[in-house]
Design a binder for this molecule. Sequence first.
Ligand SMILES: Cc1ncc(COP(=O)(O)O)c(C=O)c1O
Length: 419
Amino acid sequence: MHKRTFLKSITLAGLSLPQLGKAMSNNIPVNPIGDALIVANDESFWKSVRSLYKLKPDYINLESGYYNMLPEETLNNYLSIIKEVNYHASFYMRTRQFNERAAMNKLIAQFLGGSEEEIVLTRNTTESLDLIISGYPWKAGDEAIFAEQDYGAMIDMFKQVGKRYGVVNKMVSVPNIPKSDEEIVGIYEKAITSKTKLIMICHMINITGQILPVKKICDMAHKYGVEVMVDGAHAVAQIQFNINDLGCDYYGASLHKWLAVPLGVGVLFVKKEHQSKIWPLLGENDSVQGINRLNHFGTNPVHTYLALQFAINFHNKIGAANKEERLRYLQQYWTSKIATTPNIILNTPTDAQRSCAIANVGIKGLKPAEMAETLMKKYQIYTVAIDGAGVHGCRITPNVFTSLEELDKFVNALKEMAA
Ligand SMILES: Cc1ncc(COP(=O)(O)O)c(C=O)c1O
């Protein structure tokens, strides 16, 4: 029996969800019962999951890191809900919209294991985290810490508050293959001074897929009275966790990544005790209190938020534990085959607690951009080149629809290119 803490499976029952007409559902052998580590290589189950996607035949998609394509079921239900909202038009916007959005908020709070009072839907990770960085009550000379491997949009916002309020930014670097959790915790701890207010860390570093020891970093930072903001863009619905167990102060993620919600849905968690001190990004409305105070609530594509329920349904049908173990299995399947191949450099730790679907691989003497181009042009394998912050290679991101045959083709391509 494997020992990871599993998020309690959530149910959609008990929530007053939008009346959507007839939501479509495919018949897959749902949520196989048993140890997820065994389900991870049940190829007939994963073949049936693959059949639920409309995949392009032109190339092998190993770039699910940007966003996860929707299975046909979610896509069709999303299209129906767009029509439904359009049909009721302004009447919908002035009446049903509010309760139905609130129901989605409740769903994502349940999904993350947190409280509705601390979680709100946004458009994406950038909006969630930049809202905190820009709205933090900075004073000149305050210090912030983040890593060069963090996402550019957040680093840009730290630079902006540096210019605007005199915040001093300290950039650390996380090793691609760390020796221990303590090594990583120590890197952040060394950068703390009496002026440090906020540390930003990635739950999973996007360019390598490395999972950081979030709880240990938060516990260390809190000893110094420093708050921690976590970038969970890649963690939500790829790996299982309960948001309260992380011990962080702020958490932002994009749900169009691993939860496969249509493009443009994110989430923000702010601990209750911090909510009132953060300035909203857009004009504050005095009648809106709590975490909703932080969320810009102008007219927006509400149907996209409503599609959250279909995405969670699909995720639960596969099973969160089954999905996580399958994704890790796929990554370990290909990384183990090239581990000792000359000229190949793996930039991701492969032990189970440090990575899942995503890994990054480089080839000695080959620029990442050339590597990605050759993979696509010669082998019809789509990846993304990463060339910076100490990471030089292609990010490889399989998904639940990826087959072992596709990974075999990728491994053969890598070996040919490295030879
Ligand atoms: C670690 C990380 N943070 C933030 C983002 C930004 O996500 P979004 O563009 O959905 O805001 C990404 C996008 O890939 C990411 O990988």
